[in-house]
Structure formats: structure tokens, C-alpha cells
Design a protein around this ligand. Structure first.
Ligand code: CO
Length: 172
């Protein structure tokens, strides 16, 4: 399992729902936590490690030592959204690129955890933003799709570099 970066095609696919909440799934999730913390991220969606399922992890502290708000979110669905907020977002699949994205400020989320237990809870601000960013990944929606025309010009070099790196890796 390794971190996939833009423009890896797995990032553009709609992920399939999880049906088996078994030990194999939990072992994959454990690997995702290792990758997320090693990459200094606060969230990671399964497609970002080449696993095209409706699963994401997040920890707003970004630290394994403070996992009080860490979550494994499977087959998520937004029941309700409210407010509006504009904030800068980064993405482990787009190193060194930061984009201002407008999103609802809060969401009511329905999801399953890694044991298959259902949950429903409200989230605001940072956790709501991470959740919505990672849920975009499950639909194949990426930071590049959220960019304004000005952002695309600003990051033309970085995006071109990522495409070149991917093409080189694919050719070797
Ligand atoms: Co991302």
C-alpha cells in the first residue's frame, strides 16, 4: 500500500461501498493510519492508497499520540449541511498545493465504523471540512476540480510536475 498522487486514475474513480467489516479491512485501515501519520496528514481516503472503497480516516490533531478525535468513516452519507465557510485546503495527493474551497460549515454524518457499527453525529468547522474533503475523494473529486482558473494558473508548474512524475513512473 502506498500513497497515490495526482493524476493516478484510481483517484478519479467513484469508490465502491464496503460490504465486509472483517479483520482484512481493519488490517488495511491500520496501514492507512501509518501512511497518514508518516505523511503528516489529518485525513486520508482509501482511494489515495489505491483502494477504491468508501472509507476514510481522519484525526484533526494529526498525531497518533492524540487520537481522541480520530475516526474511521465507512460508507458515509451527509444527512444535513449548514452554514458556509471558505478555507485553505491541502491534500496528500497534491503536495505543496493549497486551494481556498467554500463548503458548508457543518454537517450531520451517517456512517459505519470499522466494526460495522452505525453512527450519526454532527460535525462543525475543521472536522466537517476534513470529512467533506475526504468524502470528495470517494466520488473521484479532487483539489484540482475545486480550483479556480486563477489557482490553475498559479499552480500550473506544480501540476505539470506531478503529471510528469506520474508519466515517468508509469513508463518505467
Ligand atoms: Co485529499
Amino acid at each position: 500500500m502506498e500513497l497515490r498522487k495526482y493524476p493516478d486514475p484510481v483517484l478519479l474513480k467513484r469508490a465502491a461501498p464496503v460490504t465486509d467489516f472483517d479483520d482484512a479491512l481493519r488490517a488495511q485501515v491500520a496501514q492507512m493510519w501509518d501512511i497518514m501519520y508518516a505523511s503528516e496528514g489529518v485525513g486520508l481516503a482509501a482511494p489515495q492508497v489505491g483502494w477504491s472503497v468508501q472509507l476514510l480516516i481522519l484525526n484533526p490533531s494529526g498525531s497518533a499520540d492524540d487520537a481522541s478525535e480520530a475516526m474511521v468513516v465507512i460508507n458515509p452519507r451527509l444527512v444535513k449541511k449548514w452554514g458556509r465557510d471558505r478555507h485553505s485546503e491541502g491534500c496528500l495527493s497534491f503536495p505543496d498545493i493549497y486551494v481556498d474551497v467554500t463548503r458548508p460549515k457543518g454537517v450531520r454524518l451517517h456512517w459505519h465504523d470499522e466494526h460495522g457499527v452505525e453512527h450519526e453525529e454532527d460535525f462543525d468547522d475543521f472536522r466537517a471540512r476534513i470529512l467533506q474533503h475526504e468524502m470528495d475523494h470517494l466520488e473521484g473529486v479532487l483539489l484540482v476540480h475545486r480550483m479556480s482558473p486563477v489557482d490553475k494558473i498559479r499552480y500550473r508548474h506544480e501540476l505539470g510536475e506531478l503529471r510528469a512524475i506520474f508519466a515517468d513512473a508509469a513508463a518505467s
